[in-house]
Design a protein around this ligand. Sequence first.
Ligand code: FAD
Length: 405
Amino acid sequence: MSDRLVIAGAGHAAGQIVASLRQHDFDGQVVLVGDEPYLPYQRPPLSKKFLAGDMSVERLYFKPESFYDDANVERHCGKRIRAIDRDTHTLSINGASDIAYDKLVLAFGSRARRLQVDGEDLERVHYLRSIADVEAIRADMESSRRLVIVGAGYIGLEVAAVARQAGLDVTVVEMADRVMSRVVSPEISDFYQIEHANQGVKLRLSTGVSTLAGKKRVKAVVTSEGEKIPADLVVIGVGIVPNTELASAAGLEVDNGIVVDDHCRTADPDIYAVGDCTMHPNAIYGRMLRLESVHNALEQAKTAAANICGEDVAYCQVPWFWSDQYDLKLQIAGLSQSYDDVIIRGNPAERSFSCLYLHEGRLIAVDAINAPRDFMQSKVLIAERALLAAEGLADVDIQLKELAA
Ligand code: FAD
């Protein structure tokens, strides 16, 4: 075991590393360094209950302050790491003393991708990544009537749902020809487009943004079609960028994420990396992946902590994710990109169904909408690479697990 373990970045994965180190009775010193002024917290509620005002900041925290006290964790909140010096084993910190490490875990997460158009820096134009972002959006929502959202991914659509429920006039502008196109099939996109339209959201698909217009404050979103959509408030959700710059400057391999092996190790034996900022191997899909999900952050954190504590644990997980929009819980397991058959199980009109993605008869992914049993069973079947009997897959009276060969 090492003497001094520094966790760089204090988000979801970092919180789990502390918890897992405790479970493994790690007896070294743990140091947590993060640039936000908070303890590690959960981001998913930011675009859901927290944005709606239905959840307090305290409930976002991964663990209460007393947990870190009990674990004797040295905390540096609101401190930004400027550089990693691998020769001297130190981190330089903006405006503070260097921090030394024996072992280092990079948990830098990701940041919102900026929209490269004029007017992106106007007042009342927001991105959504942190507590501070939501507090600013909520404050502006109170004095806004017309919200324009750029990007119809999960975050954009979750914000649309919350804002409609708060009575705002909502328009969503999306460059692709369907919503959530990066992660779900056309069948699921269609379903969500109808749901949002029924809730009064105006969708502009296959539409880019050319400028955000206004003098000091945003007044309108001008689309690639030349339409000028009036806006009192704009929220941009056009994806994320992994925070890899410090790793790259320190000479670690970066390829759309900090490259780690299945033990969450970089090529430097003293440096691990976990969460959104990593590019890692996935044995189930037989390729390198970068994932943006809580499940991945938690599981990589557990893996890294176990290996730091002298165990030999390989990360091998079926990726999963969820999104809450209105009363719809979408649960996604697996990656659907290479499917050759898709089966709808259940009736979308009843707002409870799932979409099964198969490749050569094996289940590779599921999108389950208000269908938690299908989601749970699919996760297991995907991990087992189970061959499924085609007949009966669409029949909700037959459980999926009964169809495995
Ligand atoms: P983060 O939680 O991003 O933590 C990284 C931390 O490191 C941040 O605090 C960052 O500021 C800090 N940091 C970065 N650089 C430095 C530096 N140089 N010095 C010091 N500190 C630094 N996932 C799901 O599975 N389901 C969902 O429903 C879902 N909803 C989401 C909704 C929103 C609005 C957002 C933003 C994300 C959502 N996600 C969801 C994604 C999920 O929150 C992330 O995958 C998860 O937070 C990744 O954890 P992480 O620890 O890798 O990174």
